[in-house]
Design a protein around this ligand. Structure first.
Ligand code: NAD
Length: 275
């Protein structure tokens, strides 16, 4: 059965790549709706043309309810408040939801979890295959190195990114903290300044770089006395995230209501589940 996909934020940076990814051969899926924010000057534009493709006849609309009626699954890369509203709408309309938006606070996350009680939701801070493989490598490295190293996470993104550190960096921190028996909230250090004193071993430090058009770089540094390991992922194009999210959208409809992540879509087993 061809999966009918709606894209929320279709005029955004990720939205345009999602439209392009859906048009690639190999997915049994079709773009059935493209949603943008009320008041956007892009409303009425052809989603294909906006993505740099031939026109596909799907015009950007702000009528989410009408869009939901004609789709099996909504892919949402917008903003936290919008994603919460869309999660409620998907729950009420009993439609599957793929969440790519990052920077949700705990009450916003609770709304996503509530939707997942009634509909299947796939949420990932990073939909690229490479990063999801890296999550597993990080768990392996942390398990092998244990408390003998200092762990630092360095990430870089384009100047337009509005949340920091990135959702991916936080997911990496969660994977490592879990493996080491720590709670990330207890050990995270978000930047340093002034008289910080010496570094405490259990802390996990985050450093954030913002500039230019960097799509997304992440390095995890395991530093010991005399040697260090650096595991790095660099995204060269947003297509790396978009194709993963489309893969999730094809996989999701018909699944039992629950919150899934990209490791489920990719068929990774084990307990290194992250969001
Ligand atoms: P963007 O600002 O370019 O795009 C967001 C789009 O959402 C905009 O076009 C905006 O008009 C639209 N929007 C806002 N309110 C809306 C509404 N009510 N209805 C429909 N559309 C609405 O941002 P972006 O760079 O595309 O990133 C979007 C989100 O995706 C961010 O949270 C970012 O961190 C996240 N992201 C996640 C991944 C991942 O793999 N999970 C990868 C890249 C970006």
């Amino acid at each position: 059965m061809t999966v009918k996909v709606g894209i929320a934020g279709a005029g955004g940076r990720m939205g345009r790549f999602l439209v392009e990814a859906l048009a690639q051969p190999g997915y049994d899926a079709v773009l059935a709706a493209a949603v943008e924010r009320p008041g956007s000057e892009l409303l009425g534009s052809d989603a294909g043309q906006l993505a740099g493709l031939e026109p596909n006849g799907v015009l950007l609309t702000d009528r989410l309810d009408a869009a939901l009626a004609g789709i099996d699954v909504l892919i949402d890369f917008t903003s936290p408040a919008t994603t919460v509203a869309h999660a409620r709408a998907c729950r009420d309309a009993r439609k599957a939801l793929v969440v790519g938006t990052t920077g949700l606070d705990s009450s916003q996350q609770a709304e996503i979890d509530a939707a997942a009680d009634l509909v299947p939701v796939c949420q990932a801070s990073n939909f690229s295959t490479g990063v999801n493989l890296l999550f597993r490598l990080l768990a392996q490295a942390a398990g092998a190195l244990g408390d003998s190293v200092d762990v630092e996470i360095i990430e870089a993104h384009h100047r337009h990114k509005v949340d920091a550190p990135s959702g991916t960096a936080l997911s990496m921190g969660k994977v490592i903290a879990k493996q080491l028996g720590r709670e990330l909230d207890d050990v995270a250090v978000y930047g340093r300044e002034g008289q910080t004193g010496p570094r405490a071993r259990p802390t996990i430090g985050f450093s954030t770089i913002r500039g230019g058009d960097i799509v997304g770089d992440h390095t995890v540094l395991f530093a010991a006395d005399g040697e260090r390991i650096e595991l790095t992922h660099r995204a060269g194009t947003r297509m790396a995230f978009a194709s993963g999210a489309v893969r999730a959208a094809v996989w999701l409809p018909g699944r039992a209501p629950a919150r899934y992540d990209m490791s489920d879509v990719l068929g990774f087993t084990g307990e290194d589940t992250v969001a």
